[in-house]
Design a protein. Structure first.
Lengths: 251, 313, 545
């Protein structure tokens, strides 16, 4: 079974972000970038399924400018067999990304797509679901466990929902999005990093994959959230209780 | 043009998030419809019809919708989408699972987790874990949004003058099947992510027993228990109670921070709480800079005292 | 294809992707290219990315970069802000007095830069020449052969839990071998410290001495910003017995690099270098620059202050020390980048010659000789007596510095000597606590608040990388005798004296806060604390430092 894993290059989650001076975007110049943590989990899951003999090959895909090749190298170091760089200088919305992926999936004859449930920069949480819709496939979102039954062409997933852990059975081919507790990604070993430097990355221009992009959404501005101000100090438990009951009315 | 709200429910009761979405919907259009797709959800339909300003409740009852499977629901919604300019769902795991699928079927870009509606086509939503707010405008003919429920007030109830419409549309794509759900045991205390009141402990607490003391308070308030990273690192509580940048982000109506100094990483997880109370014996603790009510005192005195006083009520 | 042990064999391994390590790699690759060869050169960097652990003022003298990459400007090096205006100020609590800028501190022809940015650029140059750079991998041990030659390094284990157990994702470190190993770890490098002890490299030199530099980057309104301004201060807030001073550099676009260096030979255990920086910012002339601005980065690092007298022997069988690991910083100039780069180049040349002659694991005495024949040596020789003179206090130091600079022109027939910093701390009972002002939250902040601006990513679930030789000493000696100086000199709130439920004090080590500055390794009065590298990739993530 062939597997496709999407890997997005995002600002490293440990960096404190700043907004650029004209308030149009978060500053990314000179900032350390990293693979979206949920995508690391997706890569790890792909590796485990490959080690279990269920997946035969892993293709990592990333969309963006030349800098995303660094993230593809990390995917190769994490065990991807091949890497595809879809070259574009535009920032694509999830719908457009899903369209690109749908084309690649059909070309590659992929049966399983693993994506992070959301990117920690835009927090959209849409791409996997959209891809599944475009392909007409089952979707398993926010998965904390994935069990593939090749013989019965099915996957059993546990999903993290607001109500608890929901178990669904899905038909293959499937789109899965990963949640935090699915696995803990392994450390990349030095030999793997060295090997990854030698694996090829194939580059394809965006316009050779899709010709029409949906571009109705425009960013008007990006701002820091309002700062909270200090309130008052109370002197006793009685006073606190009184304020909470009568002033704030939260008890 | 009308708004369609995809309602969240369990076939018996309408989830309160829908009330927040009705308020949001009023900023979009005067014609508001709610879709209840489920299995024999008549009670939910009735509840939805009592929400103020709702013109019509659509009911689709079928086994295919019983467990809110995204594949089936999305195809249903796609079929009725033509009548609506706006299709909105709560930014809960339910809404996040279904709505993007709908958006792709309709070939419309979606905007996630809207926290403010600036105009009929301009919305604000958080990015980078809420460390930045992005304002976007869409020129699309149809607008698809997930809405953050806590960013809008709950709507009122009203006399029933709302139409009920039955949809005889069955979409069973047979792509997925529900097996089971496992809810976590919380001793009757609400789940941290959804609780209206949270009592959180930090490095001011020293032992697991100290968290038991907090739990007694939480029971009185029907609150969830949370913790700062310091308490988790010290092994006092499991890590799914951790609130902060690397843990859960919560926005309850009341957050009581006990023995928590207020490191920025913790604040990132609770700064959107409506009311923040800080109890700490260090008057310099950074948390006092953003607490609505601060009490400099020994938590080992205060917490039992507070628990006792609440008991008396 | 699996990687076998042979494939982890290199011509040269370099520990540290700072300016010295990168210069060594680039020069080696250039020399090989001239001969139509290619060396396999591996740089190991403990930071998550090149530049993540790099912090310096900095004003760059481009002298050695001009030698290494003459067309750096065309290649887009991030060196764009020429130093234009200089001020050398003596501060009092409310006033400032301009002092004449000493000749060695004149910056005409120099540039204000971010060293982290420069290192990232140098790294791309190196990679284009075929150098392999591996960030996220910390060299934690040295490999010796039976003849006590350095044959390589071992990278640290990953996935060890705080209690020492192997986690599910445990990965042992790798052994990497080289014909020559270059230690470019910067000031007070951890492996460097071991190699110096192993081969007794410090025996014929003074002990190395250090300063702790704590730095912030501020974004300020354009109206306050004057690109190319270089300000150095002496005097307030330090007393006349404590060496140190402040710096303020105006970087493009609207950034200020601001910081304070305190000599770690200070004697009062109540001194807090961090709080000195905080009150330095409150000086009326400085406060007004910052008031409408915003602090966007924070970090700290020790710098060498020993000068020429403290440079150890720089070669040993199989390896060399380059850059601040050896200690080529010119203290009066407060510049070490240019000498670090030059030392890397000289080391590369010596290694190249040896490899050409099919030598390996030898003592590269030619490197040492080349250093002594270079402008590094003559420059450091001229400057050698300035810093030690300040051991007698600010006024003597200033007077002597003027005398040595203008009259003796650095050619004193004597050489003043350095004493180890950790021995200078006096007991708490013999010193007075310092009343530092409260933080105002706009100009000055508490440590925890600014610490997040160092973008630290360091798992708490790993064995603490700050090792205590004796676990009773922190309470028995550090707390009892010195009132716990580590809680003050550490700029990252790593060390806290807390009470357990039985009201007994103990030292809590918040290792996950560590920003790898090495102050504790230098200043602990009984040298009980040893800094070792945590899991690779952990630590701060400096952006424009």
């Amino acid at each position: 079974m062939k597997c496709l894993v999407t890997v997005k290059q995002v600002v490293d989650p440990y960096i404190n972000i700043r907004i650029n001076s004209d308030h149009t975007a978060v500053e990314t110049a000179n900032i350390k970038m990293a693979m979206n943590p949920f995508d690391e989990i997706a890569m790890e899951e792909a590796m485990r399924q490959k080690e279990a003999g269920i997946i035969s090959s892993i293709t990592a895909v990333s969309i963006g400018p030349i800098s995303v090749q660094e993230t593809l190298r990390q995917a190769l170091a994490r065990g991807a067999d091949e890497a595809i760089h879809v070259v574009t200088s535009q920032t694509l919305t999830p719908l457009n990304i899903a369209k690109v992926l749908a084309v690649l999936v059909k070309q590659q004859q992929t049966q399983l797509v693993l994506l992070g449930k959301q990117a920690i920069d835009d927090d959209c949480n849409q791409t996997g679901q959209m891809l599944a819709a475009l392909l007409g496939w089952a979707q398993g979102t926010f998965c904390s466990s994935v069990k593939i039954d090749v013989a019965n062409q099915g996957i059993t997933v546990a999903r993290e929902t607001d109500y608890g852990l929901e178990t669904l059975q899905l038909r293959l081919p499937t789109v899965i999005t990963t949640d935090l507790r699915l696995n803990e990604p392994r450390y990349i070993s030095l030999p793997n990093v060295m090997q990854a430097k030698r694996k090829p990355i194939s580059s394809i221009n965006l316009d050779s994959i899709i010709s029409e992009l949906r571009t109705e959404i425009k960013t008007l501005k990006v701002e820091a959230p309002p700062q909270r101000k200090a309130g008052i100090m109370v002197q006793s438990v009685n006073e606190l209780l009184h304020k909470l009951q009568h002033e704030a009315q939260v008890i | 043009m009308a708004v369609l709200i995809i309602a969240e429910h369990d076939n018996l009761n309408l989830n309160d998030v829908t009330k927040h979405l009705v308020t949001a919907a009023q900023q979009l259009d005067t014609e508001i419809h709610i879709l209840i797709a489920g299995f024999e959800p008549q009670q939910v339909v009735t509840q939805a019809s009592t929400l103020a300003n709702v013109n019509c409740v659509l009911q689709a009852s079928n086994n295919a919708y019983k467990y809110q499977l995204a594949e089936n629901l999305a195809s249903l919604i796609q079929t009725i989408a033509a009548d609506y300019k706006y299709i909105i769902a709560p930014a809960t795991t339910f809404g996040k699972n279904v709505l993007p699928r709908v958006a792709a079927l309709l070939d419309i870009e979606q905007i996630s987790d809207v926290t403010a509606i600036i105009s009929k086509n301009t919305f604000v939503h958080p990015i980078y874990a809420g460390n930045a707010l992005e304002t976007v405008a869409t020129s699309a003919a149809k607008i698809i949004l997930t809405i953050r429920p806590t960013a809008f007030m709950m709507c009122n109830l009203a006399a029933t003058n709302c139409k009920i419409k039955n949809l005889d549309l069955v979409f069973e794509l047979n792509l997925s099947k529900y097996l089971s759900i496992e809810t976590s045991a919380n001793n009757g205390l609400p789940d941290l992510s959804a609780a209206a009141i949270v009592v959180a402990g930090g490095r001011g607490l020293h032992t697991k027993d100290d968290f038991e003391m907090l739990k007694q308070l939480a029971i009185k308030l029907h609150a969830a228990i949370g913790a700062s990273r310091a308490a988790v690192d010290a092994g006092l509580v499991p890590n799914d109670l951790q609130i902060g940048q690397t843990g859960k982000v919560v926005a309850p109506k009341l957050y009581i921070a006990v023995g928590i100094s207020g490191a920025i990483q913790h604040l990132a997880g609770m700064k959107d709480s409506k009311i923040i109370v800080a109890i700490n014996k260090d008057p310099e603790a950074p948390i006092f800079k953003l607490a609505d009510y601060g009490l400099v005192a020994d938590l080992y005195q205060v917490i039992p005292e507070l628990t006792l006083l609440l008991d008396a009520k | 294809m699996s990687e076998t042990q042979e494939n982890l064999q290199f011509d040269v391994i370099i520990v540290g992707a700072g300016p010295a390590g990168l210069a060594t790699a680039i020069r080696l690759a250039q020399l090989a290219k001239q001969q139509q060869r290619a060396y396999s050169i591996c740089i190991l960097e403990k930071g998550a990315a090149v530049g993540s652990h790099i912090l310096a003022g900095a004003v760059l003298e481009p002298r050695s970069l001009n030698e290494l990459i003459p067309n750096w400007r065309e290649l887009g090096a991030p060196i764009v802000t020429p130093a234009i205006t200089e001020q050398f100020l003596l501060l009092t609590a409310t006033n400032s007095f301009k002092l004449p800028t000493p000749p060695q501190m004149r910056n005409h022809g120099n540039y204000i830069i971010s060293l982290s940015q420069l290192c990232r650029w140098l790294a791309t140059q190196a990679e284009q020449l075929g150098v392999q750079i591996y960030p996220g991998f910390a060299a934690s041990e040295i490999l010796y052969d039976a003849k006590q030659q350095v044959i390589g390094v071992v990278t640290g284990d990953n996935g060890v839990a705080k209690n020492g157990e192997h986690k599910a994702n445990f990965q042992p470190g790798m052994h990497l071998y080289a014909n020559y190993t270059v230690f470019a770890e910067g000031s007070r490098g951890s492996l460097t410290k071991k190699v110096i002890a192993q081969y007794q490299l410090q025996n014929n030199s003074d002990p190395q001495t250090y300063g702790l530099g704590i730095k912030e980057i501020w974004e300020i309104p354009a109206v306050q910003h004057k690109s190319g301004t270089v300000i150095h201060t002496l005097g307030w807030p330090l007393d006349s017995h404590t060496y140190g001073g402040g710096f303020i550099y105006h970087l493009d676009p609207n950034l200020i690099a601001l910081g304070f260096v305190v000599g770690l030979d200070y004697s009062n255990p109540y001194l807090s270098p961090y709080e000195e920086l905080q009150r330095f910012k409150q000086h009326p002339h400085i406060r007004k620059i910052l008031e409408a601005g915003r602090c966007i980065e924070y970090g700290a690092r020790v710098i060498n202050e020993g000068g020429l007298q403290s440079i150890p022997q720089v070669f040993f069988p199989g390896g060399v020390l380059v850059g601040c690991a050896a200690g080529f910083l010119n203290v009066p100039k407060i510049k070490g980048i240019h000498t670090a780069i030059k030392s890397g180049m000289l080391a590369a040349e010596a290694i190249h010659t040896a490899l050409q002659q099919s030598e390996k694991l030898t003592n590269l005495t030619a490197y040492s000789q080349a250093l002594k024949n270079s402008w590094i040596w003559s420059e450091l020789k001229t400057a050698r007596n300035i810093r030690p003179a300040f051991q007698k206090g600010l006024w003597f130091g200033l007077a002597y510095a003027a005398f040595d600079t203008y009259i003796l022109r650095g050619k004193a027939p004597w050489t003043l000597h350095n004493k180890a910093d950790y021995k200078q701390l006096r007991s708490a009972s013999s010193c007075k606590p310092i009343n530092y002002p409260k933080h105002d939250g706009t100009i000055s902040f508490d440590k925890l608040t600014v610490l997040r601006l160092a973008n630290i990513n360091q798992s708490a679930d790993q064995p603490p990388h700050l090792k205590l030789t004796n676990h009773q000493t922190p309470i028995r000696i550090n707390l009892k005798v010195y009132n716990g100086p580590e809680q003050r000199y550490c700029p990252a709130n790593v060390y806290e004296f807390v009470s357990n439920p039985q009201s007994q004090p103990y030292l809590q080590i918040n290792a996950q806060n560590c920003i790898h500055c090495k102050a504790c390794d230098v200043k602990d009065p009984t040298q009980n604390i040893t800094w070792t590298p945590p899991e690779g990739g952990g630590g701060p993530n400096y952006i424009n430092m």
